[in-house]
Design a protein around this ligand. Structure first.
Ligand code: FES
Length: 127
């Protein structure tokens, strides 16, 4: 498992962006706390044009705090499912990453290396 952040790192904005690796191995991750308190991990890449979602570090939520919002073209995503409910990629999903939480620490729980996850994601781009 690879350490991502601590649960208290989400206290300010409800979300935390983490970058693992660099170059072609770079994997952008976002960990979010949904309204029910559950934590979820996603690849921080909008299904529309593969941009990272946030404008400012760790600011992923819409003003009403109900959705994650993409800084590119305003797509809205459910924090608990990653489903886009409004915007140019409506009905697409953010790519879920399995996470594990132990004693306040949040880990990426994936047998693949972050670099492999990142390259697999990029290989699926169709533009
Ligand atoms: S890149 Fe996210 S809505 Fe366009």
């Amino acid at each position: 498992m690879i350490f991502l952040c601590r649960t208290e790192d989400l206290a300010r904005t409800g979300a935390k962006g983490i970058v693992l690796g660099e170059g072609s191995d770079r994997l952008d991750v976002v960990v979010v706390r949904a309204k029910d308190g559950a934590l979820h991990g996603y690849i921080n890449s909008c299904p529309h044009q593969f941009l990272p979602l946030e404008i400012f570090p760790d600011h992923f939520f819409s003003e009403d705090k109900k959705h994650l919002i993409c800084s590119g073209h305003g797509a809205l995503f459910e924090p608990g499912t990653g489903l886009c409910t409004e915007g140019p990629c409506e009905n697409d999903y953010l790519d879920r990453l399995e996470i594990a939480v132990t004693e306040g620490a949040i880990y990426l729980n994936d047998a693949r290396t972050p670099g492999v996850v990142a390259r697999e994601k990029r290989s699926k781009r169709n533009w």
